[in-house]
Every structure is written in structure tokens, then in C-alpha cells.
Design a protein around this ligand. Sequence first.
Ligand SMILES: [Fe+2]
Length: 256
Amino acid sequence: MLQERVSNDQPTRRWQDFVVPQRWESFTEEDHSVWDLLFARQVDVLGTRVVSPFIEGIDLLRLSHPGIPEVAELNAILEPRTGWRTVAVPGLVPDDIFFAMLVERVFPIGNFIRKREQLDYLEAPDCFHDLFGHIPMLAHERFAAMVQHVGRIGLAAVESGEAWRVARLYWHSVEFGLAKEEEALKILGAGLASSFGESLFSLENKTVERLPFSVEAAVNTPYRPDAFQPRYLVSESFDKTIADILALTPEQLLTL
Ligand SMILES: [Fe+2]
């Protein structure tokens, strides 16, 4: 997940320096059983509430296998398909590093999982959020291209000191976006797809605001990193979100 605050005081650092071994063998039986519990619960709650490429990605990447996925095994399926691969990181990475990873089609995965006592509470995104929420969509060719493009405009925005603009765009699409699919309201974003409580809340709460998505609306809509969102942006379609973001240039982003 994107870290909210920008820390760009070390321009020469490399994204590779933030990568750590996943150390899959160090996950305990309890860790794996927490994953299985989260996975079963989330697949059940999502049902058909999520855009169809997400479900296709779950199947394609064989994420329903029991236990926390091993990054190398996942990459063996993902990389030949869309050129994306995952790497383990110890927690949130700075914005410039995150966007530099996206440009290279590298997605960072937390190398830890929440405890059973914290199934619904997270101080930082763990491997369930990162792997279950984000990776299925990266098996979709056009969505995968869109996320790489977010990396490109993100790096440019960081360099201009305007990272907040791309942070909002990312938040209202890749993390907490909703999208219509054959007139039905569906979950698009990873933050929603991986959240038991907010997945239902975002679709069914009667008082929360749901406004039309556009790149301009996203950039001009603040968000809450610490609570359920007070408003969601709804895209006309999954494909429209992709097309709109792919068409955005770094220069345009700064003028919205
Ligand atoms: Fe995320």
C-alpha cells in the first residue's frame, strides 16, 4: 500500500534496497491458518460483489491453495502473464520507492501477517491485504498496464513535490474505488476487496456518499487513511477507469 507521507530526502536510494527475503519458511502454522481464515471469509463475503477480473485473478494465480502464498511460486505464474512480480518488504515503503517499483512492474508485499486477535484491524498493510487485495488484478493485462502507468505519473508527481495528487488518484481507484459492471455496483479497489467490514459497508451503507469517478474528481477528493471512507468514487466501468488513467499525463495531473 502507498505510504501517505512523502519522504524524498534521499533521491539516490534504490527500490532494490527496500526488498527483503519473504522467509516463507518462517511463517508458523498459526500464520498460515490466519491466512486460510481470512481467505475463506473474504471469498465468501465478496461472492459476486467484486469486479469479475478479480475473481479470475484469484483462480488464475491459484490463490485458493491453503496457506500464505510463496512469492517465488506466485511470480512463476504472474510474471509470464503480465510481466509483474512481487517482492517482500518489511512494511510501508516511501512514495518514491513505491512508484519506482510500479514503473518496473514490481509490487511490494509485506513479509508479515496480522494476528488472529486483529483480523479486522491493521496498523500497516500485511501480506493478506497486499497479496489477496492487489495481486489478482495484476494478472489482468490492461489493469496491470494501468498500475505501471500510475508509477510513472507518481514518480513525476513526487519530483514536483505534488505526491498528494497521485496518492488521491491511487486511493480512489486502485485501493478504494467502486465500479459498475452491467449496472451493478462492484468493488474495484484492493483496500475494499481485502476488508471484511468495508467491503460490505462501501456497497450497502445507506448514508455514505458515492460520487462519479473521474481522474479530476479523484485528485480533488480527500480520503481517510485511518477509517472507513466517508465517500467513494464509482467508475462507469472497470475499463473506463483503466482508459482514463492510462490517458493521463504527468503534466495533466499537475493541472487538475
Ligand atoms: Fe494497498
